[in-house]
Design a protein around this ligand. Structure first.
Ligand code: PMP
Length: 428
């Protein structure tokens, strides 16, 4: 049983001593004290179905025994030295990760967060190409360092400070809200136009999440990336895939998000699910591109530490052993089907979209005008929590449910989630 302070006391401490920009998700807060696979428990021992996985971070499941065992064993053996010495754990992890990648993506650089990985990718692209203009997407999210903040395409993730110079934002190939619907090639033409109108004609690179996460589970319109990659490469640039939310089979159909568009990037960034909760992130690229780092010393104190390496390596093993990609495909298809049935019942659901266990449900006041139903979204979100289901919320207008549970989430969990959403909407 929980013996810590009550929620009100924790809240007061946060208010006094923590970042005032921090988000608190609910009006009536939840104090989470324990986790087990796809479930979380509050201070009173109440169980919640976790369909947001600590923002798509808990891949194998909360406190997965095999991952935790690897972490504890390594912690007891050796916690830290940095990469200035040899150590088996980090080399094995790098090898295992590189083996999962297609093409010549064989060199791994370990860092501690997604934003840091994207920072590194941005610098590598500029160093390698000798160019500095970069293209990113509107509605994108890539991190909150000053460089990556410049890549973000959403006002609420930008401060009015100098950030990420030389970044141009292209039309978002958003099948539901974008001006060209699902016509990927039409959106791709905008990237060519940006290069022609706003750069010297030479660019350092193009950044995209292959399936926008924070932006509200938006799968890029089909046919978009192959054309953009070709355009960007012709202009001397590198193509960077931010796989921070989409990797490791979560999409069901493919292990990596970029595979859904049939492309191979020059640089891939990974974080979140790579550690199942441990702070571990990575930049994966080709030996040729990585070689630019040898022009100076480049070092990261915690990047590639033995504990995170052992944990991350265990994550890759467990997801394979438990056949999670296939599981995500099966459970995700079922969940999408049930959510689509719900869309038939409630006009407030404007769009149900996704792949595997990366799902978005967008609420609108009017299906024609697509006016975002922001308050309704917040209301259903809060009430579903009261009934024991935690889901994400996001999108440019705060009107999209983001359903991205730990990958061990079952069909029974999917039924419970949809039944709770159905009941909540029936009372609206
Ligand atoms: N890229 C994507 C696609 C993300 O979703 C996030 C985090 N939400 C980041 C990068 C930044 O990761 P971190 O918070 O670990 O810096």
């Amino acid at each position: 049983p929980y013996t810590g302070p009550p929620a009100a006391e924790i809240l007061e401490k946060r208010r006094r001593h923590m970042n005032p920009g921090i988000i608190l998700y609910y009006k009536k807060h939840v104090n989470i004290v324990q986790g087990k696979m796809q479930y979380l428990y509050d201070e009173g021992g109440r169980r919640y179905l976790d369909a947001f996985a600590g923002i798509v971070t808990v891949s194998c499941g909360h406190c997965h025994p095999e991952v935790n065992d690897a972490i504890v064993k390594q912690t007891n053996l050796l916690q830290h030295t940095t990469t200035i010495y040899l150590n088996q754990a980090v080399a094995d992890f790098a090898e295992a990760l590189a083996q999962k990648m297609p093409g010549n993506l064989k060199v791994v650089y370990f860092v501690n967060s997604g934003g840091e990985a994207n920072d590194m990718a941005l610098m590598m692209a500029r160093l390698y190409t000798g160019n500095y203009d970069v293209i990113a997407l509107r509605n994108a999210y890539h991190g909150l360092s000053s460089a990556t903040m410049g890549l973000n395409g959403q006002r609420i993730y930008k401060h009015g400070v100098p950030q990420g110079f030389g970044i141009h934002h292209a039309l978002n190939p958003h099948p539901y809200r974008g001006c060209f619907g699902s016509d990927g090639p039409k959106y791709a033409a905008d990237v060519a136009e940006i290069i022609q109108t706003s750069t010297s004609g030479r660019v350092a690179g193009f950044f995209a999440e292959t399936f926008q996460g924070v932006g509200g589970a938006v799968e890029l319109a089909p046919g978009y990336l192959p054309i953009v990659y070709e355009t960007v490469r012709k202009a001397g640039g590198l193509c960077i895939a931010d796989e921070v939310q989409t990797a490791f089979g979560r999409l069901g159909s493919h292990y990596w998000g970029f595979e859904t568009q049939g492309v191979i990037p020059d640089i891939v960034t990974l974080a979140k699910g790579l550690g199942n909760g441990l702070p571990v992130a990575a930049v994966v690229t080709t030996p040729e591109i990585a070689s630019v780092l040898s022009r100076a010393l480049h070092f990261n104190t915690f990047g590639g530490n033995p504990v995170c390496s052992a944990g991350g390596h265990a994550v890759l093993r467990v997801l394979d052993k438990e056949k999670r990609q296939q599981h995500c495909a099966e459970v995700g298809t079922y969940l999408l089907q049930r959510l689509n049935e719900l869309k038939g019942k409630y006009d407030v659901i404007g769009d149900v979209r996704g792949r595997g266990l990366m799902i978005g449900v967008e609420l609108v006041r009017d299906r024609q005008t697509k006016e975002p139903a922001k308050e309704e979204t917040a209301d259903v979100h809060e009430k579903m929590k009261d009934l024991g289901v935690l889901i994400g919320k996001g999108g440019m207008y705060g009107n999209v449910f983001r359903i991205k549970p730990p990958m061990c989430f079952t069909k029974e969990d999917a039924d419970f989630l949809v039944d709770v959403m159905d009941y909540t909407m029936s009372k609206m």
